[in-house]
Write a protein that binds this ligand. Sequence first.
Ligand SMILES: [Zn+2]
Length: 128
Amino acid sequence: MTANLESVRHVLERQLAEATAPTRELRVSMLIQQVADPLDMTLQAAERELTVQRLGLSSTLARRIQSAIERLDNGSFGLCLKCEDNIAPKRLNALPWAELCIRCQEENDLSDREQAAFRTVIDEAEAA
Ligand SMILES: [Zn+2]
């Protein structure tokens, strides 16, 4: 089991490096100089928007991977954060930074969807 966890750590550390490496490149690309052409400026603004979204995505993943490594350190790796059951090894293989067992994840996804549906109802009510 210890050897197994070590290899999980290697995988996580590599993924963390991969998740943060493009972030550094993107940050550098955000420092591009201002251009005079208004069309170029619009394009640049659109690109920047996209870059910000990508930064957000990769930093979310980086945070998840980081906290999985912390769970490896404190011995709680592989336990669901919600119900503290073991997360299925298959799930951990596919998603080593998984924080929830499949059951809790499904519950979470479901309540996310319910909240999204609820928000839509409110938006529609406000728009009417
Ligand atoms: Zn659970």
